[in-house]
Design a protein around this ligand. Structure first.
Ligand SMILES: C[S@@+](CC[C@H](N)C(=O)[O-])C[C@H]1O[C@@H](n2cnc3c(N)ncnc32)[C@H](O)[C@@H]1O
Length: 209
């Protein structure tokens, strides 16, 4: 089951085994390549532009919220339809949370902060696109990133945006969160868990830096 850890779904399956996960939240789901590969009893998908019809795909224990993550978390806080659909508030502390929505610093950090509210002591978080592959890839506007890339005669359309800043922010401002970033195997991803960092000296003087 874990033979190729280059893929998000294999990494998630391994992490789920490590923390005995029974539920899962994925922010940014697209065609569901990762979401549908996992088999936890309760899975929640959030994406404003799902590339499939949720009504065609829904199985027991799967919930699809076709909305931006901000609205999803807002609804959770307000105890509105999202919570009713998830039945009880007890199910609202996720074991595994995969953050792979809009690839900007602002959004990915917000998704992380919001996710903390719906986590417990053993929750494992995964932030995708943690390291950009080049300077064009790191531009935080997707259209601009791709056009600058074309102008530089570079192939492909990868876009990691400035999600990497989220990792620095967590490093400097969340001393109670430990993390490690997986490199050289598939897309760089950062795995985070709630344990005080051993070395938590700040890297920057302020968030603006
Ligand atoms: C890279 S894709 C996700 C891939 C998916 N996690 C997988 O592993 O197969 C990023 C997705 O984020 C979604 N997205 C964009 N803005 C979002 C937002 N505000 N909230 C949640 N998802 C968002 C996009 O629609 C897109 O489908």
């Amino acid at each position: 089951m874990f033979e190729n850890l280059n893929y998000s779904h294999s990494r998630i399956a391994l992490l789920a085994k490590l923390n005995n996960a029974t539920n899962y939240l994925e922010i940014g789901v697209q065609s569901g390549f990762t979401f549908f590969s996992g088999d936890l009893p309760l899975k929640v998908a959030v994406d404003p532009y799902l590339k499939f019809n949720p009504l065609d795909r829904k199985k027991d224990g799967e919930y699809f919220f076709q909305m931006p993550s901000d609205d999803f978390f807002g609804d959770l806080a307000d105890n509105s339809p999202v919570v009713q659909e998830l039945s009880t508030k007890n199910q609202l502390a996720f074991d595994i949370i995969f953050i792979d929505g809009l690839h900007t610093y602002k959004k990915s950090y917000k998704d992380f902060i919001n996710s903390l509210t719906y986590s417990h002591e053993k929750t494992l978080f995964i932030i995708d696109d943690a390291i950009p592959c080049d300077i064009y890839n790191a531009i935080n506007n997707q259209e601009k990133s791709l056009s600058e890339r074309r102008r530089a005669c570079m192939y492909g359309t990868p876009w990691h945006g400035d999600v990497y800043k989220t990792i620095f922010t967590i490093h400097d401002y969340h001393p109670d969160i430990s993390y490690c970033t997986i490199l050289n195997a598939g897309n760089p991803q950062t795995i985070l868990w709630k344990t005080k960092k051993e070395r938590s000296q700040k890297k920057f003087k302020s968030i603006d830096d």
